[in-house]
Ligand binder design. Structure first.
Ligand code: 23J
Ligand code: MN
Length: 264
């Protein structure tokens, strides 16, 4: 049999030398969804709901299946460039037309868990990213940048959305940090553990929702609602994150996997 890097991959998966980490939160009716400020009349994204069609019973004696519904941006999910007005004129910018190469890409994991715990409104800066690069090396073109906040650890708590009278308080980005990742590093996109790729208070940032505005304006993607980022190395993991092929879709719930070398 001829050998190839793919043969090696299959062998390394079988031996456990490469392991697979699930970065996906379970999709269930309690899955938290984004609450936008209501005063502008903005539309509401449906939470996940599920209804049994049959379960080996009179409705279907030999089969179990369900109907479900939810917004495209529910739980662990993918944001396509078409999601934002700044990305509306790109080519191949929806869930069905994005190049599949974007769905398999290396990941850089930037740990801001300490800063996020100390300040729920923490906004990652260029300096923070450059300090990470000084330790781990430059972010390679075509990588996902994953924002470790450890926010997913509190998904069952009110602290996940962390809402108060003035809205949600969850970590995000300074606008110029997003511009840096899009323009200077040419990333595939950014992924976060929070309910959306922008900070809880991002409606008040300039520009409004800077991560969405700038990333999708640059034809880049997003991943939200990730978990287990604390299990990944700063560099070296390979992400597999294909959204559902919804025609013209702006995003979709997505099973996100990471391949990484096992510690020896
Ligand atoms: C629409 C408007 C604002 C935001 C979002 C969607 C998301 O976070 C999302 O899931 O794309 S912040
Ligand atoms: Mn989204």
């Amino acid at each position: 049999m001829s050998r190839s890097s793919l043969t090696d991959l299959v062998q390394d998966l079988a031996s456990g030398a490469i392991k697979i980490i699930d970065l996906t939160a379970t999709l269930e009716p309690s899955t938290p969804t984004l609450k936008l400020p209501t005063e502008f009349g903005w539309g509401v994204s449906w939470p996940f709901s599920i209804e049994e069609i049959s379960r080996y019973d009179e409705r279907g004696p030999a089969w179990y299946w369900n109907n479900f519904k939810c917004g495209e941006h529910t739980g662990t999910h993918f944001d396509a460039p078409i999601h934002w007005v700044t990305g509306k004129d790109h080519n191949d910018h929806a869930t069905d037309s994005l190049p599949v190469e974007s769905f398999v890409a290396p990941a850089c994991v930037i740990d801001a868990s300490k800063e996020s715990a100390e300040n729920p409104d923490f906004l990652m800066s260029i300096e923070f990213i450059k300090t990470w690069e000084a330790e781990h090396g430059q972010i390679e073109e075509g990588s996902w940048v994953l924002y470790r906040s450890d926010w997913s650890k509190q998904i069952k708590s009110d602290k996940y959305l962390n809402e108060s009278d003035d809205g949600s308080h969850t970590p995000g980005w300074q606008p110029d940090a997003v511009t840096f990742l899009a323009d200077e590093r040419n990333v595939v996109g950014v992924g976060v553990e929070t309910v959306g790729t922008d900070a809880g208070q991002a409606a008040a940032q300039e520009p409004m929702f800077p991560c969405h505005n700038i990333m999708h304006g640059a034809n880049k993607c997003g991943l939200a609602g990730l978990k287990n980022l604390d299990l990944l190395p700063a560099k070296g993991a390979l992400l597999i994150a294909p959204p559902l092929k919804i025609k013209g879709g702006s995003g979709s719930p997505t099973r996100v996997l990471a391949l990484m070398m096992s510690a020896v």
